[in-house]
Design a protein around this ligand. Structure first.
Ligand code: HEC
Ligand code: HEC
Length: 233
């Protein structure tokens, strides 16, 4: 009986394992990271580096959409996808939409023949033209501007989910930043220590709930910035 259960489990694992594998094979975003990121910068919008090996993927997607010849707008994306599927396997200076000067400094892209299949390229290209759009770029830029306008402590708190457990003036899963600031008015180090190592049983009413440790995710400098920001509440 035990043997049968084990066999059943193994079978189930094999089937679900296969399914997971097949799905990830055609996850355009994942494949782009695996197969193209060693040369192309995938950020949206991209940061530019002095010695980049290839144009950022956003620039590639914009280029192709701008320059590809298509009889109608609805024909544009399928044509653009076909271009990517061909170019990655058979790249050439004549086909490239890269401007002459950049092409000279990068050199023509080495063919990726044997490293990526046509089905994988289909998924990659579909993802590229859905992800690298002017709308997504503007949204990302607006979000970045919003984050940049915040005090650094607020930004770190938002990015590391502190705000899902803490609010300024109201107790949530954890005590309010207001109460924490009152308790540790002149004790920055205690705040830093709790962010770094986590905390439990220091606050009545929160027994049993752990404040998670952030020492592995945040630098000492980020922890200090956060602690000072909390103290100012
Ligand atoms: C070994 C580095 C390298 C890898 C890996 C690489 N590329 Fe490139 N790619 C380049 C360089 C360099 C250029 C710019 C020169 C050119 O246009 O050929 C380029 C250009 C391109 C262009 C043409 C851009 C244009 O404006 O015409 C496309 C499309 C492209 N890459 C797609 C991909 C995709 C998709 C992948 C992943 C499957 C990939 N590349 C992987 C180096 C690379
Ligand atoms: C999962 C919910 C949760 C998250 C996420 C969380 N906290 Fe807490 N936090 C708590 C709880 C619960 C307590 C009360 C713990 C106790 O009683 O010692 C607490 C307590 C604290 C304290 C006071 C600790 C002390 O020594 O008295 C500080 C400071 C604090 N949190 C900061 C942060 C910061 C900064 C972040 C994000 C980097 C964060 N917390 C993320 C739940 C959370």
């Amino acid at each position: 009986m035990v043997y049968k259960i084990l066999l059943f489990c193994a079978l189930l694992f094999a089937i679900s394992g296969c399914q997971i594998k097949q799905k990830s094979n055609f996850d355009g975003e994942k494949l782009l990271k695996q197969k193209c990121a060693q040369c192309h910068n995938l950020d949206l919008p991209p940061k530019t580096f002095q010695d980049e090996k290839a144009p950022p993927m956003m620039a590639v997607a914009f280029h192709i959409k701008d320059f590809i010849k298509a009889s109608s707008t609805s024909d544009k994306i399928p044509k653009a996808i076909d271009f990517v599927k061909d170019y990655v396997i058979y790249p050439s200076a004549a086909k490239s939409f890269c401007d002459k000067k950049s092409l000279k400094s990068y050199g023509v892209m080495p063919s990726q023949k044997g490293k990526v299949t046509q089905d994988e390229l289909q998924a990659i290209a579909e993802y590229m033209f859905a992800h690298y759009t002017v709308k997504n770029m503007n949204d990302a830029q607006n979000l970045q501007n919003k984050l940049n306008a915040m005090p650094a402590g607020h930004r770190i708190a938002l990015q590391h989910n502190c705000l899902s457990c803490h609010k300024t003036g109201k107790d949530l899963v954890g005590p309010s930043f207001h109460k924490i600031a009152l308790r540790y008015k002149s004790n920055l180090q205690s705040i830093e220590k709790s962010i770094k190592n986590g905390s439990t049983k220091k606050w009545k009413g929160y027994h049993g709930v752990m404040m998670p440790a952030f020492g592995k995710k945040l630098s000492d400098k980020e922890i200090k910035t956060l602690a000072q920001w909390i103290q100012n509440h």
